[in-house]
Design a protein around this ligand. Structure first.
Ligand code: AMP
Ligand code: MG
Length: 349
């Protein structure tokens, strides 16, 4: 299969390209597309054969369910058993946007799309090209992140092409994504609602809308002894080729510790890398050095993280040290992804 890459201008969406992308989905094919979070690998959510193709293209285990993307709130009732008050309130507050809701599924959604579950994950993205594409595709696009299983979610079309060239009919190139981390997932099929994956819509924001919200305790701990409730969370999603360690503590202690480890790495002839911040980047002696931005700018940190992890892989870095990000808001999402990438290896100093 030859993959076509088509550039989409945010300001002036090429309707011919979107129409064509929609036709590919209706015919049972696959199209990768930009959203505000990361790029998605889309297929017809109501066609079991399309969902099978998505798993195949990603190399993803088929018990790891897909998120169904819709473009209008009116599309929701057809794919869920009922629309609870909680879902109405959250849709009102956060859709279109980076929030995925888990609800009991309707007959119309095949088990292939939900990884065999009786619930379905639904999101309405805010990216204008994504919305136009979903409409053109018939209104229901199943899409996980558009990476091969085991790589970071792609934040640029170039990374989608690296992973999926020859495996999808078309890639819609919308440039760099706005947010850079996957959506928040909240399970509304249980009472009280539970956050299964942290993201830009934070626990506090959800509390303001819903009252009580809990967070799945397996998200930040490796030793809780419980299986995560979002099937995708049980997989060691992405592990960099190098050994990643997160270092937590007071700023000076962190840089001292990391520099000590870098010196050791250099002696052992290992290629080293550091994930630093604008404030600290000048303090490290590392072969590959990247800043995720200003420490207080959580959005910037989130936006840059996956790209930096891909760059370390591309440069063959063997030992990676990252500063830790411990705020209560978007930092929770950053830390959750970092912890997974590090296999929960964290050094307190
Ligand atoms: P991705 O789009 O690649 O981030 O993957 C979708 C994520 O949503 C995975 O982590 C899934 O486990 C999660 N997910 C999708 N559907 C459900 C569901 N019905 N219940 C719980 N988690 C889900
Ligand atoms: Mg993913």
């Amino acid at each position: 299969m030859v993959t076509r890459i088509v550039t989409i201008e945010q300001q002036h969406i090429d309707t011919a390209a979107i129409r064509e992308a929609g036709e590919i989905i209706r015919a049972g094919g696959l199209v990768a597309f930009p959203t505000e979070t990361v790029y998605g690998l889309g297929g017809d959510a109501l066609n079991p054969e399309s969902s099978k193709k998505i798993y195949e293209a990603k190399g993803r285990p088929s018990d790891n369910p897909l998120i169904v993307h819709i473009a209008r709130i009116e599309a929701l009732p057809a794919i869920v058993r009922e629309v609870p008050e909680t879902a109405k309130k959250l849709a009102e507050a956060f859709w279109p946007g980076p929030l995925t809701m888990i609800l009991p599924k309707a007959e119309a959604v095949p088990k292939e799309t939900t990884g065999g579950l009786d619930t379905v994950a639904v999101r309405m993205p805010s990216h204008p090209a994504a919305l136009a594409f979903i409409e053109a595709a018939g209104g229901y696009v199943a899409a996980p992140s558009a990476n091969r299983s085991g790589r970071p979610s792609p934040t640029l079309a170039r990374y989608v092409a690296e992973d999926l060239d020859g495996r999808v009919e078309m890639i819609l190139d919308g440039g760099d994504v706005e947010l850079g981390l996957e959506s928040t997932i909240v399970d509304l099929a249980v009472e009280p609602p539970v956050i299964l994956r942290p993201g830009f819509v934070t626990e506090q924001m959800l509390r303001e809308t819903l009252g009580t919200v809990e967070t799945d305790e397996t998200l930040f701990r490796s030793d809780s002894g419980q299986a995560p409730k979002a099937p995708g969370m049980k997989y060691r999603h992405y592990a960099p080729k190098g050994e990643l360690t997160i270092v937590r503590g007071e700023a000076a202690a962190v840089t001292d510790y990391i520099n000590g480890q870098l010196a050791r790495g250099h002696k052992e002839n290992k290629k080293t890398g550091v994930i630093a911040t604008d404030e600290t980047i000048g303090r490290y002696e590392s072969q590959v050095l990247r800043s995720v931005g200003k420490r207080n700018d959580e959005r910037e940190v989130a936006q840059r993280l996956y790209r930096i992890l891909r760059e370390f892989d591309d440069e063959g870095v063997e030992l990676i040290y990252s500063e830790s990000f411990d705020g209560a808001g978007i930092s929770q999402a950053v830390m959750n992804r970092l912890l997974k990438a590090a296999g929960h290896r964290i050094k307190e100093v």
